[in-house]
Design a protein around this ligand. Structure first.
Ligand code: GUN
Length: 292
């Protein structure tokens, strides 16, 4: 069993980006500038956004964090996005999801100008991704998983990939990327969801499993074939009073019992999480280069 170390792989990607940014700065070129919008006080969202902003600082990007109260009106949020769209200094815009129920996520995503949509959630970027176009921004988590497979030279061509979860952010784009004619890619993909029958049997036939449903310990050892590659996207917070933070992170995979059967497996934390941030930084760099 080999651990797919997302922390280490992400650090290697970030080190390269840091050098690329320094070179741009030395050449008098614009350095990437990410604007992140956080609405409300959800603890997990606060942690994710803080981590994105900190990573920007560590690799020489500029960043602006814009925080709104939970009761901000949709109109005001959309106005802020339009202002950032027009601000020539800003290269990438991200609005941390989920948003409060009174704000329509679809409207927010579609207001971000596609050339600054570093989360890759705008329908134009999703369309470009489906067409396999190189200028698409790819959603950060699936992109991070593709980078993790690539950097660790995990063979995917001709393999049966089973993805559990069909969210717009992870499962669905993942199914497209793994089925693309690319490396990594060229998988035969099965996309499972809450209405799927015989999910255990389908998983047992998988060479690669991507678990992205947000249900701690869902993938158990009896669902995993000997030698499978298992990617765990789950990061549910579970109350744990023995920790200083008051919680621990739980993946969608029963790691302890599944790991011995795997050829490769990602840990939680330290697997997909850091790769998501590295992928976002790559998208922000690309936005900056293409806009300037
Ligand atoms: N919420 C969960 N994942 C993501 C992500 O990749 N981007 C944003 N903006 N919000 C998220």
């Amino acid at each position: 069993m080999q651990l797919l170390d997302g922390k280490k792989t992400a650090q290697s990607i970030l080190n390269t980006l840091k050098i690329d940014v320094a070179q741009r700065a030395t050449a008098g070129k614009k350095v990437p500038h990410l604007a992140a919008i956080l609405v409300g006080t959800d603890g997990a969202s606060q942690t994710y956004v803080a981590s994105k902003v900190r990573t920007c600082r560590e690799i020489g990007f500029r960043s602006t964090l814009i925080e709104f109260e939970n009761d901000i009106s949709e109109v005001r949020l959309l106005e802020k996005i339009e202002e950032l769209n027009e601000n020539m200094d800003v290269d990438g815009i991200l609005v941390q999801l989920p948003l409060p129920a009174h704000i329509e996520e679809k409207k927010v995503i579609e207001t971000i100008i596609p050339t600054k949509d570093v989360d890759g959630f705008h329908p134009e970027n999703i369309g470009r991704m489906i067409m396999g176009e190189a200028d698409a921004f790819i959603p950060a988590t699936p992109y991070g998983i593709m980078l993790l497979l690539e950097y660790n030279k995990v063979a995917t061509a001709g393999k049966h990939a089973v993805i559990i979860g069909r969210s717009h952010i992870v499962g669905r784009p993942m199914s497209i990327l793994l089925s693309n004619n690319s490396n990594p890619g060229n998988c035969t993909v099965t996309l499972c969801h809450s209405k799927t029958k015989n999910i255990s049997e389908i998983c047992l036939s998988a060479d690669i499993i991507v678990a992205a449903l947000g249900s701690p310990g869902f993938v158990t050892e009896d669902m995993v074939k000997e030698g499978a590659v298992v990617i765990d996207v789950g990061i549910t917070r579970i109350e744990d009073k023995t920790r200083k933070s008051g919680y621990r992170l739980a993946g969608d995979v029963d790691f302890k019992n599944v790991a011995p059967k795997c050829s490769y497996i990602t840990p939680v934390p330290g697997g997909v999480g850091p790769m998501t941030i590295a992928a976002l930084m790559k998208n922000t760099f690309k936005a900056c280069v293409e806009r300037n």
